[in-house]
Design a binder for this molecule. Structure first.
Ligand code: FES
Length: 128
């Protein structure tokens, strides 16, 4: 059996939503200290909907595939749904990852959650 699913290879070779959103109102950046990979997510949120999302990932193929899939899963979705996105859902959508690559999908979950925290911080700051 191939180590990586066709979906992982597709999202690694043709990642969706790569780049930067200049006027993003939610930015999350996380890293894994062990492998040194870094993931950054830019979200444009309006009326509690993720209108646009882009990512930059300096990391392995599984991290790139996970970020690509995760952005597809949250684009156009309400924050209530986005908050519940787990690395397990991302891994399942990719038709699985090798056990030693599961942490790459965790980065995608963490990057999105970190962006949502940033969004809340900005909301609170503008309320005051
Ligand atoms: Fe660390 Fe993939 S090896 S994110």
């Amino acid at each position: 059996m191939a180590l990586y699913s066709e979906k992982v290879m597709d999202h690694f070779l043709h990642p969706r939503n790569v780049g930067v959103i200049e006027d993003a109102n939610a930015i999350g950046e996380v890293g894994n200290a062990k492998c040194g990979d870094i993931m950054k997510m830019y979200l444009k949120i309006k009326d509690d909907i993720v209108e646009d999302v882009k990512f930059e990932t300096f990391g392995c193929g599984s991290a790139i595939a996970s970020s690509s899939m995760a952005t597809e899963m949250i684009k156009g979705k309400p924050l209530s749904e986005v908050r519940n996105l787990t690395n397990k859902a991302v891994t399942e959508a990719l038709d699985g990852l090798p056990a030693h690559k599961i942490h790459c999908s965790v980065l995608a979950e963490e990057a999105i959650h970190s962006a949502l925290e940033d969004y809340e911080r900005r909301q609170n700051a503008s309320d005051n």
